[in-house]
Ligand binder design. Sequence first.
Ligand SMILES: Nc1ncnc2c1ncn2[C@@H]1O[C@H](COP(=O)(O)OP(=O)(O)OP(=O)(O)O)[C@@H](O)[C@H]1O
Length: 308
Amino acid sequence: MIEAQSLTKRFSTTTAVDGITFSARPGRVTGFLGPNGAGKSTTMRMIVGLDRPSSGSITVNGRPYAEHTAPIHEVGALLDATAVSGGRSARNHLLAVAATHRIGARRVDEVIRLTGLESVARKRVRGFSLGMGQRLGLATALLGDPATLILDEPVNGLDPDGVVWVRQFVRGLAAEGRTVLLSSHLMSEMAQTADHLVILGRGRIIADAAVTDILADAGGTTVAVRTPDGGLLATALEAHGAGISFPEPDLLSVNGLDSRRIAEIAAQNGAVIYELTPYAASLEEAYMALTRDDVEYHSAGTPREATR
Ligand SMILES: Nc1ncnc2c1ncn2[C@@H]1O[C@H](COP(=O)(O)OP(=O)(O)OP(=O)(O)O)[C@@H](O)[C@H]1O
């Protein structure tokens, strides 16, 4: 369990994390999402004591990281998969980390197996692909068999096979009852991996909800209605609280009413319907709408101020 309470981190003029309160619970993958510079990495670094909060607190299982007597058994972190020194073999790297925490070789071989590194375990890390480096980072994070894992952008730069592998692996960790906090700036990836999302924008929380609720809040299901009686039907549907737009002259896009209700209202008003097609707003659209004002740099390339 990870709990942040009014957590704030300032770097001279930048407020990287601005008074956030959230929790990541056991047995689920909590997606930590936000545009570049939103404060995800800074928050994760504070979880494992690499940065100190300017104010507020962040705890793992009720205590700040530094107050745990054996933190490696509490929380495993994958923060920068390229940080491993290249001269050693993967197994020797893991043995070295294990030795400093009095963890035996048996656990090293276990995490090598769990992360599918057997065939490259005795090869030098220097020659590792990005995917293998990520697996090694995960193996290192798992050494202490921690109940909590924090993974910063674990699929960054991976090929599709690697992405699927990480996704399944992470879901498996949560299914075992672990707390998993997973950061990404890719909503599409999160939609398939996370149960719950904490979305940051410029250091603040802009959404903290189940993936399904975020979708529903983003407009939920929209129904496309093809009809020659657009004007008549739009007026009738609006009278029942629907939001309407006309993407094409004979096509209505209807929010706030389901297909069945739309068909009933059409029948009551004598409107002909050729087609009714419900479609869910994608999480990607929901995310873009939520973070529109919070991206540091828009695609037009106009830099915005780093702080508000
Ligand atoms: N050591 C530091 N000194 C000064 N500013 C920093 C430092 N670390 C982070 N920042 C700033 O804090 C803000 C948040 O950065 P952070 O890396 O936490 O964001 P992020 O959400 O992880 O972004 P990304 O997806 O790009 O990794 C940014 O504006 C960043 O420039």
